[in-house]
Design a protein around this ligand. Structure first.
Ligand code: NAP
Length: 575
């Protein structure tokens, strides 16, 4: 094995290799170390934190309540860490992940500035061999790609993107050095969750801000505030309850879908209820709304009209307001950006909105942006143009399984996985947060995925299996179940990363179903079924003789949350 030029991991052979030092990767490293494995973690960035390392753009902060986002696996950690705000900003979150890396003594196993470019399964000895960008090669029995669902930023395919002579940044590759907007003419392209957060910050000091919007979104007030000592104590005392609420809700948040139908209330009652939850913090308006707004067009039309009215009330110029009002999709069918005074910004003289549906961008020029209507000059262009979501982090690595099959090819018509964590033909390859897992409040799903993967590896160690592979029939069943189940949601008829669409990535214009939509409780029911069945209904296990082992005994159980809050894991409820 070739030794990496970078300081750090000198031994080329490991029991397990983890890719990525984000929320999933750090926890996975910790859990595998607990199993006594010799583990290496390779991270492309210069520090830990994953999404919260890369997305250091101005205004980046949680849209999930801080105390529902952090890990729940450690009582000590819950006791020790205090979030300063209900929706903490990126620097605090990055500090949190660094604290975790130190507290659990993870740094010695992590090598930063190490981008994994290739991973090949060796059938002769059932091990994975990986290569870094610098050519260094390492090998391990288990490979865990904790690459994250929103990892690979995408730039628009406009002519001239590289010709711009001013400053240009993507929100997900924001520099560490402070960037000033003072006195600058700034353009922001993109109005998703990242764009909306960036715009609010840039508008404070830029001499002018021009927002290039292709599809307007329905944005909802965040309702952020600082956490005082009394509330802090209350949060700590209530962690078990908070955790249970996250577990029981479909989205993994403290907000749960209202089981009532929109039509159970009179129009006055409905309006009053929406008015109330519109002003509640976080995702209450979206994920705490009536269940049928997600599946019934008539119900959705009513709430969409409420939201449109809100935008019109907040923006003074009716023409500008109309441009900000979404018309081609209903409320909640795409990720809802959260904001603090976003719409009111468009009342200020230094903020201009360009509607790209009326006047599309023709090209980026050395001095700015040319649309069908005008030539704009800027000092800075900010691309808040999103990600090659869910599969992008995997596609970036040349991953080859049995017979040299490339994962990217296997997934060319949409991802195929078993529970999002494994995929047939790629033995001993695990994906916390992989395609077709349940995604909601992302770390809640990741923590569960890591526990599931750890239990599976522990089971292999216990039974002395050297390889495990998902059964093709199990992954076909899960992929169909997950994909078919998504069709009932109105969001499946709308282009966004929720449906795998990215106009900037070749081959990603067709809608797919990249993640499981049935909610956390139902997802866990299926995972726990495979464990109860002793895994062997859904996986083939191989022992040294390279023969499938038919009846492994089951000893390991999932741990998620159980240890942390002093009770057994909740019985999941199908929903
Ligand atoms: P996004 O939601 O995919 O938004 C990308 C934006 O760029 C959209 O407005 C899109 O327009 C626009 N765009 C893309 N290509 C374009 C082009 N060629 N020309 C013009 N406009 C273009 O990406 P994001 O805002 O980075 O957010 C992605 C996800 O990250 C979020 O949904 C969320 O899950 C997560 N996130 C979380 C937080 C948080 O929790 N605090 C914050 C930020 C992001 P179209 O809509 O027309 O495609």
């Amino acid at each position: 094995m070739q030794k990496s030029e970078k300081a750090g991991l000198v031994n080329g052979k490991f029991d397990a290799i983890v890719i990525g030092a984000g929320s999933a990767g750090l926890y996975q490293l910790h859990r595998l170390k607990e199993l006594g494995l010799n583990v290496a973690l390779f991270e492309a960035g210069t520090g830990v934190g994953g999404a919260w390392y890369w997305n250091r753009y101005p205004g980046a902060r949680f849209d999930s309540e801080s105390y529902t986002y952090g890990y729940f696996f450690s009582q000590d950690l819950l006791r020790e860490w205090s979030w300063s705000e209900h929706f903490a900003a990126q620097p605090e979150t990055e500090r949190y992940f660094n604290y975790v890396a130190d507290k659990f003594d993870l740094r010695g196993n992590i090598q930063c500035s190490s981008r994994v470019t290739e991973a090949q399964y060796r059938e002769n000895d059932n091990r994975w061999e990986i290569a870094l960008e610098d050519g260094a090669r390492y090998e391990a029995r288990y490979l865990i790609a904790a690459v994250g669902p929103l990892t690979e930023p995408t730039l628009p395919a406009y002519e001239g993107v590289s010709s711009f002579a001013g400053e240009a940044y993507h929100t997900a590759r924001w520099p560490k050095a402070p960037i000033s907007f003072v006195g600058k003419r700034v353009a922001v392209i993109g109005t998703g969750a990242s764009g909306v957060q960036t715009i609010q910050e840039v508008a404070k000091t830029a001499s002018s801000l021009t927002v290039f919007q292709r599809t307007p979104n329905y944005c909802v007030p965040l309702g952020n505030s600082s956490i005082d000592d009394k509330t802090q104590k209350n949060i700590r005392d209530n962690y078990p309850k908070i955790y249970s609420r996250c577990l029981e809700s479909a989205g993994g948040f403290i907000h749960n879908v209202d089981p009532r139908s929109v039509f159970e209330l009179s129009s006055e009652e409905r309006e009053a209820h929406w008015e109330k939850i519109y002003h509640e913090p976080g995702m209450a308006m979206w994920l705490g709304n009536f269940h049928d707004i997600f599946i019934d067009e008539h119900a959705n039309n009513l709430v969409s009209e409420f939201m449109r009215k809100k935008i019109r009330q907040r923006v003074k110029d009716p023409k500008v307001a109309e441009r900000l009002v979404p018309k081609n999709h209903g409320f909640g069918t795409r990720r809802v950006p959260l904001e603090t005074g976003y719409y009111e910004l468009f009342n200020s003289p230094n903020v201009k909105l360009v509607d790209l549906q009326e006047t599309p961008i023709l090209r980026i020029t050395p001095v700015g942006i040319q649309t069908t209507d005008a030539n704009f000059e800027f000092d800075m262009i900010i691309y808040a143009t999103g990600f090659d979501a869910i599969t992008g982090g995997f596609d970036k690595i040349d991953i080859r399984g049995i017979d040299g099959t490339r994962l990217k090819e296997k997934w060319s018509n949409g991802p195929i996985t078993f529970l999002g964590t494994t995929t047939a033909g790629f033995p001993n390859f695990f994906m916390p947060g992989g395609p077709l897992t349940w995604l909601g409040n992302i770390p809640r799903g990741l923590e569960y995925n890591v526990d599931f993967i750890t239990a599976l590896i522990a089971h292999m160690l216990d039974k002395k299996f050297i390889a495990i592979d998902a059964k093709p029939e199990s992954e076909a069943e899960w992929t169909t179940f997950s994909t078919e189940g998504a069709k009932k949601f109105l969001s499946s008829k709308v282009d966004s990363w929720f449906t795998g669409v990215n106009t900037n990535v070749k081959g990603k214009q067709k809608r797919t179903s990249p993640f499981y939509r049935g909610g956390g409780p139902a997802y866990r029911v299926r995972c726990e079924k495979t464990i109860r069945d002793g895994y062997n209904k859904d996986f083939n296990f191989y022992s040294d003789a390279n023969e499938p082992n038919i009846e492994p005994e089951l000893k390991i159980s999932l741990r998620s949350g159980g240890d942390a809050i002093g009770r057994a894991p909740q019985k999941a409820v199908a929903g």
